[in-house]
Design a protein around this ligand. Sequence first.
Ligand SMILES: NC(=O)c1ccc[n+]([C@@H]2O[C@H](COP(=O)([O-])OP(=O)(O)OC[C@H]3O[C@@H](n4cnc5c(N)ncnc54)[C@H](O)[C@@H]3O)[C@@H](O)[C@H]2O)c1
Ligand SMILES: N[C@H](C(=O)O)[C@H](O)COP(=O)(O)O
Length: 359
Amino acid sequence: MTTDLHPDAAAASSSFPALARPLALTLGDALGIGPEIIVRAWREGRIGPGVLVIGEPAVLRRAARALRRLHDVPEVPIAVIDAVADLAEVPPGALPVLLPGHREPALAEAPWGTVDARAGRLAAACIRDAVALAMRGEIAGLVTAPIHKEALAAAGEPFPGHTELLADESARHGRPADVRMMLANEELRTVLVTIHCALREAIDRVTFDAVLSTLRISHASAALWGQPRPRIAVAGLNPHAGEGGLFGREEIEIIAPAIAAARAEGIDAQGPFPPDTIFMRARRGEFDLVLAMYHDQGLIPVKYLGVEQGVNVTLGLPFVRTSPDHGTAFDIAGQGRAEADSLVAALAMARRLAAGAAG
Ligand SMILES: NC(=O)c1ccc[n+]([C@@H]2O[C@H](COP(=O)([O-])OP(=O)(O)OC[C@H]3O[C@@H](n4cnc5c(N)ncnc54)[C@H](O)[C@@H]3O)[C@@H](O)[C@H]2O)c1
Ligand SMILES: N[C@H](C(=O)O)[C@H](O)COP(=O)(O)O
């Protein structure tokens, strides 16, 4: 193994719960920071045992060469495997890379930080391969490196992100899934009622059923991370949670009735609270989780605390899926500047969730 282990490497590896099956790490957008944070985390000894990458070897080799050149450290060896079972044969120190069903080796010559349909196509293929392995029980879960949504769209994918694609794949494998996005760090957890759509559309999507089902999914999922009865705070949609109807009536007509229905089912839900202070209250311990009505209402407070520790978890799937809380960072891709901390946190969260799911 290389000599430049991260100071947290020993702590990270020793804290890994042993899993009976490996985790799959999907490549993400080949022209973003995904390949380099995978190689960097591996080189720093922070990925731990029982993990394989599903991706294009040539792309990972380019990332390994770039990091060797930029950080003057030994190049991470890549070991290509054809099946999960081959993981046991991979020599120590080599990064195991499972060949995806769809290949795009030429992406190793494409410019970093550019939108490329081939990268979108490869990213989607790696995700689908990982879901197939998860549904067959060959892996304990998947951790997805960031994709670029424009590249996904350029590849003709009808899904705006992993969350929607994973739900569709789950259904295609016979397991329809009502999923929600959670973003969590050490201080704050938020689950979103609506995600990847225009804000005007998001407001229309805030319905009684959407809020109630998000509460149900959040409540049911919390047992996986050891909180069987989470104290859930529900943010209002409008400023000051509508100020008694002065600034909108969604809280009165939609959100409060959904909270009441959830409470009648035994879910510890409270609100709707003014959105501008509920995250501060949750962060200081009044609540375990905040339900946010739309994407940025929930993600800004978590990411504002720093993208280093946040983890994106898809709730409601029949398999574990986590992801770093950041994107492809095209502005720094290929420069050796991307931090791998959130990827490491996503892997650690996936291990904990997979261990919990295994019982
Ligand atoms: N999990 C995912 O797949 C995921 C998550 C978020 C965004 N995205 C996608 O990524 C693309 C770019 O999104 P964006 O620009 O809004 O956000 P981004 O997270 O890619 O970048 C935002 C800023 O944070 C910095 N940054 C991000 N990750 C970093 C890291 N690990 N180390 C150091 N700096 C880091 C970037 O350099 C940039 O300045 C979009 O297509 C978006 O949809 C994907
Ligand atoms: N909404 C997420 C964020 O901003 O972090 C990001 O787009 C990831 O979404 P998926 O996991 O659905 O790709």
